[in-house]
Design a protein around this ligand. Sequence first.
Ligand code: NAI
Length: 465
Amino acid sequence: MPNQFDVIVVGGGPAGYVCAIRAAQLGLTTAVVEKEKLGGVCVNIGCIPTKALLHSAYVANLVAHDAKELGIEVGAVKTDYGVAMRRSRKVSEQNSKGVEFLMKKHKVTVLKGSAILAPNRTVRVGKDEHQARKAVVIATGSRVKGIPQIGLEINKTTVISSDEALFLESPPKTLIIVGAGAVGCEFADIFNAFGSKVTLIEALPRILPLEDSESSDTVSKSFKKRGMAVHAGAKVKKATLAKDKAALEVETGGKNENIEAEKVLMAAGRAVNTENLGLQEAGVQLTERGFIKVNPATLETTAPGIYAIGDVAGPPMLAHKGSREGIVAAELIAGHHPQPIKYDNVPSVTYCHPEVASIGMTEEQVKERKLDYQVGRFPFSANGRARTSSETEGFVKIIRDKKYGEILGAHIVGAHASEIIHELAVARQNEYTVEEVDLAIHAHPTLSEAIAEAALDSMGRVVHI
Ligand code: NAI
């Protein structure tokens, strides 16, 4: 007889473990299958350790460049990536242990090993068989990928991914980063602060191509000012790898350029983990792009009783999107009627310095849809709180629907952008107008006042400029 559970979740990352907790809260007996550490990529080799390293990078820059102005003399600044790396590992381990604790607290059974689906909602883990009475939830996430077609297969020495970068003892002297999405920009920030000579290569015409072009331009300028080489609209044509260096032939600005570095960090997207799960046999179909085909209203796959959430279920491949899907999937499985997920209201944050945060449409998308809109902007250079901390780089930009005042999109570049974006996430979730955002009194002096001012600016009533 197989072990019986109501729900079996395959994958213990932020989608899977959150789903398991919610299922347990709703009285369902639940198991999570995990072959590595609980917390998944996010906790162990993603969001959490990178943010720990980005904090070290931030402090390194603060001490090196701003301390004196703040009245603090520290002498020559020396950085040590190994120390920062080990601290980031401790933070990750604490978080992973935290997830273990949460599983115990909610009486979720953790099954260690690789899961394979078998008929009738049966899940094999090693020699054991487990059966889910109500549902199996696939939350197996994604992994790094190289581009073997141009000779950039990840070999873990000269061509590395974030997986290896997070464990280096020392920063490479020279580093080429291929891809300037969130991963590329965050590691560019980190290694620049720790002394690597960083070259960032992006195939599309601008870095952070999914963000508003004003956000991309601001980060690009900031990175260049800090000494990084930024090539957007650049194509890697060929890679030649030696034992301790890599040479890339890059087409940039109509010319071919040879760029050499001690290491190449691949940050050109991730591949989803759909292999060796028995998906085909279980009747779970994939989309043309290789994600699991999911009904967005029910989060069910093409096989009844099998759900998919998180990165495997399609973009945006973000931890918080996966966690929300986890909660909603558990509630649907328990027979509840949760609010549908607003996929157009998932905040996006890149934690490089300056931070970039956004929600809703970019101005480019608003234009494409031929919507009638007004833009409100407010620079942090005119914000009192930003001045008090000498962090005046960046802006808030709000795109307002001209007729109804709907917040079509909002974009923030600057200190704590990742934190203050949520006012606009709440506003959009509840369909508040731009006027209503300003009507809420914003404490003074705060960075959030820049949001109220951008709201006012979109109506032609900005106060402080
Ligand atoms: P991404 O898809 O966001 O960015 C990859 C970038 O590489 C794109 O801009 C793409 O145009 C570029 N690219 C692709 N092929 C290229 C080539 N041959 N040469 C030059 N550039 C090329 O993927 P990324 O940054 O690897 O992140 C993976 C996933 O993880 C994304 O969904 C991302 O949003 C998520 N993530 C989120 C973070 C956050 O929320 N802060 C942090 C890290 C990752």
